[in-house]
Design a protein around this ligand. Structure first.
Ligand SMILES: Nc1ncnc2c1ncn2[C@@H]1O[C@H](COP(=O)(O)OP(=O)(O)OP(=O)(O)O)[C@@H](O)[C@H]1O
Ligand SMILES: [Mg+2]
Length: 287
């Protein structure tokens, strides 16, 4: 990744290091690299070649500004983030700090007001809605706090709905989906409607829907927020298994300290910016 002389960036997390105290220096093969924290420095040392390459997702000086009549709200003010393939990233921060806004941007549900939004090296900040919709249906699976299941469709039909929008052959076969229902303990409930399922069961169905098109990237906005802690932990285990065993890139907005602690990278939002010290803040913004 190229950096100008004014802008020194952490190659791992992408943070702009200007004005950040306690920058960590690492020398690899005679070249010096700079990091926001020992966490990023340690990650770099495990795979220096990889972290000098192109991240899967790269936000470069992303701003999001809302205009409501005379009121202007700068929600994101120059966000720089790298997300690497197979990473589990937790996004934390106080309520209203812009977590959902940022996640929607990463998931191509929303566009930055300005800045670069790169996916596999291609800048998508200005791509048409049609192209972004196609990329969304191919690359991303979404799990929200509200399960957003369609009430008049069965659990099975809810799960297979995204396949209609994705290109044929890209998703899982019916048999594979039925097997997934078995795995999550809902094999007998595939033909039930959402109102006949508990919150935890509905979220499991929503999770199956998110992976039905076999996406590379799973995005969760407080996916366990509406669930009791035991049920939430089960959903989290399923997400982490998809990350660790199937290599899916996982990006989760959370208030849950347990989730944040298990992440490879923690992004903390404050005043529209990411703040350094990935690990220290996990306690501040979680319950
Ligand atoms: N479409 C919009 N128009 C105007 N302001 C908006 C819009 N969407 C979000 N905001 C504002 O942007 C700020 C960040 O909102 P966002 O939903 O991203 O926060 P959050 O960190 O996800 O909060 P929470 O933890 O409560 O979910 C809030 O002040 C919100 O009011
Ligand atoms: Mg939110």
């Amino acid at each position: 990744m190229e950096t100008s002389s004014q802008e020194r960036r952490d190659p791992v997390c992408g943070m702009d290091l200007t004005g950040i105290p306690d920058i960590v220096e690492v020398k690899v093969d005679g070249e010096t690299f700079y990091f926001c924290s020992s966490m990023c420095a340690d990650r770099f040392k495990t795979a220096p070649k990889k972290f000098q390459g192109e991240p899967m997702i790269h936000l470069h000086d992303v701003w999001k500004v809302f205009h409501d009549g005379d009121v202007t709200t700068e929600v994101l003010r120059g966000i720089n983030i790298h997300i690497w393939p197979g990473d589990f990233t937790a996004i934390i921060g106080a309520s209203g700090s812009g977590k959902s806004t940022l996640l929607n941007m990463i998931g191509l549900l929303d566009k930055p007001t300005s800045g670069g939004l790169f996916l596999d090296g291609a800048d998508l900040a200005h791509t048409s809605e049609d192209d972004r919709a196609l990329l969304r249906s191919k690359k991303f699976g979404f799990v929200f706090q509200q399960y957003n299941l369609i009430p008049w469709l069965t659990a099975y039909d809810n799960v297979t709905l995204p396949l209609i929008f994705a290109e044929a052959g890209n998703g899982l076969e019916r048999e594979a989906i039925a097997k997934h229902f078995d795995t999550i303990g809902l094999g007998a409930r595939m033909e039930h409607r959402p109102t006949e399922l508990s919150g935890g069961e509905q979220q499991r169905v929503a999770l199956l829907r998110a992976i039905a098109n076999d996406p590379e990237i799973l995005i969760g906005d407080e996916p366990t927020g509406n669930l009791d802690s035991v049920t939430g932990a089960k959903i989290l285990d399923m997400l982490i298994a998809l990350n660790k065993q199937e290599g899916k890139t996982l990006i989760v907005v959370t208030h849950d300290a347990d989730i944040a602690r298990k992440a490879d990278q923690i992004i903390t939002l404050k005043d529209g910016k990411t703040i350094p010290g990935h690990l220290e803040h996990a306690k501040t913004y979680t319950e």
